[in-house]
Design a protein around this ligand. Structure first.
Ligand SMILES: [Zn+2]
Length: 226
Protein backbone atom coordinates (compact mmCIF):
# COMPACT_ATOMS: atom_id res chain seq x y z
CA UNK A 1 0.00 0.00 0.00
CA UNK A 2 2.88 2.39 0.76
CA UNK A 3 4.54 1.90 -2.63
CA UNK A 4 2.29 4.39 -4.42
CA UNK A 5 1.63 8.11 -4.56
CA UNK A 6 -1.61 9.59 -3.21
CA UNK A 7 -2.85 9.78 -6.79
CA UNK A 8 -3.16 6.00 -6.79
CA UNK A 9 -5.97 6.19 -4.23
CA UNK A 10 -9.51 7.47 -4.82
CA UNK A 11 -10.38 10.69 -2.96
CA UNK A 12 -12.52 9.01 -0.31
CA UNK A 13 -9.66 6.69 0.70
CA UNK A 14 -6.87 9.25 0.92
CA UNK A 15 -7.63 10.34 4.46
CA UNK A 16 -7.57 6.81 5.84
CA UNK A 17 -4.35 6.02 3.92
CA UNK A 18 -2.69 9.08 5.45
CA UNK A 19 -4.00 8.24 8.91
CA UNK A 20 -2.63 4.69 8.60
CA UNK A 21 0.68 6.16 7.46
CA UNK A 22 0.88 8.52 10.46
CA UNK A 23 0.31 5.60 12.84
CA UNK A 24 2.77 3.41 10.97
CA UNK A 25 5.51 6.07 11.21
CA UNK A 26 4.87 6.64 14.94
CA UNK A 27 4.91 2.89 15.54
CA UNK A 28 8.26 2.46 13.78
CA UNK A 29 9.71 5.23 15.96
CA UNK A 30 8.16 3.78 19.12
CA UNK A 31 6.35 7.05 19.96
CA UNK A 32 2.72 8.16 20.16
CA UNK A 33 1.23 9.78 17.04
CA UNK A 34 0.16 13.41 17.44
CA UNK A 35 -1.99 15.71 15.33
CA UNK A 36 -0.40 17.09 12.21
CA UNK A 37 -1.85 18.91 9.21
CA UNK A 38 -1.36 17.76 5.68
CA UNK A 39 -2.10 20.02 2.72
CA UNK A 40 -2.31 18.48 -0.71
CA UNK A 41 -1.40 21.36 -2.99
CA UNK A 42 -3.00 21.23 -6.40
CA UNK A 43 0.06 21.71 -8.57
CA UNK A 44 1.63 19.80 -11.41
CA UNK A 45 5.13 20.41 -10.06
CA UNK A 46 6.77 18.21 -7.45
CA UNK A 47 6.38 19.60 -3.94
CA UNK A 48 7.13 18.26 -0.45
CA UNK A 49 8.10 20.29 2.58
CA UNK A 50 7.21 20.69 6.25
CA UNK A 51 6.57 23.70 8.48
CA UNK A 52 7.09 23.03 12.16
CA UNK A 53 5.70 26.28 13.61
CA UNK A 54 2.34 25.85 15.35
CA UNK A 55 0.63 22.59 14.38
CA UNK A 56 3.26 20.83 12.22
CA UNK A 57 2.12 20.94 8.61
CA UNK A 58 3.21 18.95 5.56
CA UNK A 59 2.67 20.44 2.08
CA UNK A 60 2.75 17.97 -0.78
CA UNK A 61 1.71 17.66 -4.38
CA UNK A 62 -0.47 14.61 -5.13
CA UNK A 63 2.27 13.05 -7.27
CA UNK A 64 4.85 12.59 -4.49
CA UNK A 65 5.34 9.03 -3.31
CA UNK A 66 4.09 7.67 -0.01
CA UNK A 67 7.77 7.26 1.02
CA UNK A 68 8.31 11.02 0.67
CA UNK A 69 5.11 11.77 2.63
CA UNK A 70 6.30 9.39 5.36
CA UNK A 71 9.64 11.27 5.43
CA UNK A 72 7.80 14.57 5.98
CA UNK A 73 5.46 13.05 8.61
CA UNK A 74 8.55 11.87 10.52
CA UNK A 75 9.84 15.49 10.50
CA UNK A 76 6.51 16.56 12.06
CA UNK A 77 6.59 13.88 14.75
CA UNK A 78 10.23 14.50 15.71
CA UNK A 79 10.89 18.22 15.51
CA UNK A 80 14.57 18.63 16.38
CA UNK A 81 17.04 21.26 15.26
CA UNK A 82 19.78 18.61 15.24
CA UNK A 83 19.78 17.90 11.52
CA UNK A 84 21.66 14.59 11.76
CA UNK A 85 18.77 13.11 13.75
CA UNK A 86 16.00 15.02 11.94
CA UNK A 87 17.13 13.88 8.48
CA UNK A 88 18.37 10.51 9.72
CA UNK A 89 15.00 9.62 11.25
CA UNK A 90 13.00 10.93 8.28
CA UNK A 91 15.22 9.18 5.71
CA UNK A 92 15.22 5.93 7.70
CA UNK A 93 11.41 6.05 7.78
CA UNK A 94 11.07 6.81 4.05
CA UNK A 95 13.40 3.92 3.10
CA UNK A 96 11.99 1.41 5.58
CA UNK A 97 8.36 2.05 4.63
CA UNK A 98 8.99 1.65 0.91
CA UNK A 99 11.77 -0.96 1.18
CA UNK A 100 14.12 1.01 -1.09
CA UNK A 101 16.25 4.17 -1.27
CA UNK A 102 15.23 5.28 -4.75
CA UNK A 103 13.86 8.64 -3.52
CA UNK A 104 17.47 9.39 -2.57
CA UNK A 105 18.69 8.11 -5.97
CA UNK A 106 20.45 5.04 -4.59
CA UNK A 107 19.73 1.57 -5.95
CA UNK A 108 20.56 -0.18 -2.66
CA UNK A 109 17.57 -1.28 -0.59
CA UNK A 110 18.77 0.17 2.72
CA UNK A 111 20.80 3.13 4.03
CA UNK A 112 23.03 0.54 5.71
CA UNK A 113 23.90 -1.01 2.34
CA UNK A 114 24.59 2.46 0.91
CA UNK A 115 27.06 3.42 3.66
CA UNK A 116 28.73 0.01 3.49
CA UNK A 117 29.30 0.58 -0.19
CA UNK A 118 30.09 4.28 -0.48
CA UNK A 119 31.43 5.53 2.86
CA UNK A 120 34.87 5.14 4.47
CA UNK A 121 33.52 5.57 8.03
CA UNK A 122 35.63 8.63 8.72
CA UNK A 123 35.16 9.63 12.35
CA UNK A 124 35.77 13.28 11.44
CA UNK A 125 32.93 13.24 8.92
CA UNK A 126 30.61 11.45 11.36
CA UNK A 127 31.39 14.06 13.98
CA UNK A 128 30.91 16.98 11.54
CA UNK A 129 27.54 15.65 10.34
CA UNK A 130 26.42 15.10 13.92
CA UNK A 131 27.00 18.73 14.85
CA UNK A 132 24.98 20.11 11.89
CA UNK A 133 22.21 22.55 12.81
CA UNK A 134 19.84 24.73 10.80
CA UNK A 135 21.85 27.90 11.41
CA UNK A 136 25.16 26.53 10.05
CA UNK A 137 26.05 25.38 6.51
CA UNK A 138 26.33 21.59 6.26
CA UNK A 139 25.92 18.64 3.91
CA UNK A 140 22.22 18.61 4.92
CA UNK A 141 21.52 22.01 3.30
CA UNK A 142 18.58 21.99 0.90
CA UNK A 143 20.81 23.17 -1.95
CA UNK A 144 23.07 20.12 -1.53
CA UNK A 145 20.21 17.65 -1.58
CA UNK A 146 20.79 16.64 -5.18
CA UNK A 147 24.58 16.31 -4.79
CA UNK A 148 26.23 13.00 -3.92
CA UNK A 149 27.61 14.57 -0.72
CA UNK A 150 24.13 15.62 0.42
CA UNK A 151 22.47 12.33 -0.46
CA UNK A 152 25.22 10.29 1.22
CA UNK A 153 24.96 12.47 4.36
CA UNK A 154 21.25 11.56 4.59
CA UNK A 155 22.11 7.85 4.20
CA UNK A 156 24.84 7.97 6.87
CA UNK A 157 22.42 9.64 9.29
CA UNK A 158 19.63 7.15 8.42
CA UNK A 159 21.90 4.12 8.89
CA UNK A 160 23.05 5.47 12.25
CA UNK A 161 19.46 6.12 13.35
CA UNK A 162 18.55 2.54 12.44
CA UNK A 163 21.49 1.31 14.54
CA UNK A 164 20.44 3.58 17.44
CA UNK A 165 16.84 2.31 17.32
CA UNK A 166 18.13 -1.27 17.50
CA UNK A 167 20.45 -0.44 20.40
CA UNK A 168 18.13 1.82 22.43
CA UNK A 169 14.43 1.06 22.20
CA UNK A 170 13.25 4.49 23.41
CA UNK A 171 15.87 6.41 21.43
CA UNK A 172 13.37 8.77 19.76
CA UNK A 173 11.43 9.46 23.00
CA UNK A 174 14.72 10.33 24.67
CA UNK A 175 15.52 12.68 21.79
CA UNK A 176 12.13 14.38 22.09
CA UNK A 177 12.46 14.87 25.83
CA UNK A 178 16.14 15.70 26.20
CA UNK A 179 17.37 19.00 27.56
CA UNK A 180 21.00 18.09 26.89
CA UNK A 181 22.57 20.98 24.93
CA UNK A 182 24.51 19.11 22.22
CA UNK A 183 23.89 16.01 20.06
CA UNK A 184 27.34 14.66 21.03
CA UNK A 185 26.51 14.71 24.76
CA UNK A 186 23.05 13.32 24.03
CA UNK A 187 24.55 10.30 22.27
CA UNK A 188 27.24 9.79 24.91
CA UNK A 189 24.63 9.75 27.66
CA UNK A 190 22.19 7.56 25.73
CA UNK A 191 24.81 4.94 24.80
CA UNK A 192 26.81 5.34 28.04
CA UNK A 193 30.15 5.66 26.22
CA UNK A 194 32.31 8.18 24.35
CA UNK A 195 31.53 9.29 20.80
CA UNK A 196 34.69 7.51 19.59
CA UNK A 197 33.51 4.27 21.16
CA UNK A 198 29.99 4.63 19.69
CA UNK A 199 31.47 5.18 16.22
CA UNK A 200 33.84 2.20 16.62
CA UNK A 201 31.03 -0.11 17.81
CA UNK A 202 28.75 0.97 14.96
CA UNK A 203 31.55 0.29 12.47
CA UNK A 204 32.18 -3.13 14.00
CA UNK A 205 28.45 -3.92 13.84
CA UNK A 206 28.24 -3.04 10.13
CA UNK A 207 31.44 -4.95 9.31
CA UNK A 208 30.03 -8.01 10.98
CA UNK A 209 26.72 -7.69 9.15
CA UNK A 210 28.39 -7.52 5.76
CA UNK A 211 30.17 -10.78 6.54
CA UNK A 212 33.67 -9.28 6.90
CA UNK A 213 34.02 -9.19 3.15
CA UNK A 214 36.99 -7.33 1.71
CA UNK A 215 35.17 -6.79 -1.56
CA UNK A 216 34.26 -3.15 -2.23
CA UNK A 217 30.85 -4.32 -3.43
CA UNK A 218 28.60 -5.24 -0.55
CA UNK A 219 25.30 -6.94 -1.12
CA UNK A 220 22.35 -5.02 0.22
CA UNK A 221 20.72 -6.52 3.28
CA UNK A 222 17.04 -6.72 4.05
CA UNK A 223 15.40 -4.10 6.19
CA UNK A 224 13.90 -5.50 9.35
CA UNK A 225 10.13 -5.43 9.01
CA UNK A 226 8.00 -4.16 11.82
ZN1 LIG B 1 14.00 15.79 5.31
Amino acid sequence: MFENSLNAFPDHLRESVLCALLHNVADRLNIEPRPIRLHVVDTSSWLAFTRLQGVPTVYISPTVSIGVIAHEIAHCLVPTRWLFFAEGIATHIGCSITGHCREMLFLEKTPEAVVQRYWDFSFEQFSALLSATLDRPSAFDGGKFITFEGRLAHMIAAAFVQYSLRSIEDFVSRLLETDIPTPEEFLEQSFGMSLNQIHALWYAYLRERRGMTSSPHIASSEYPTK
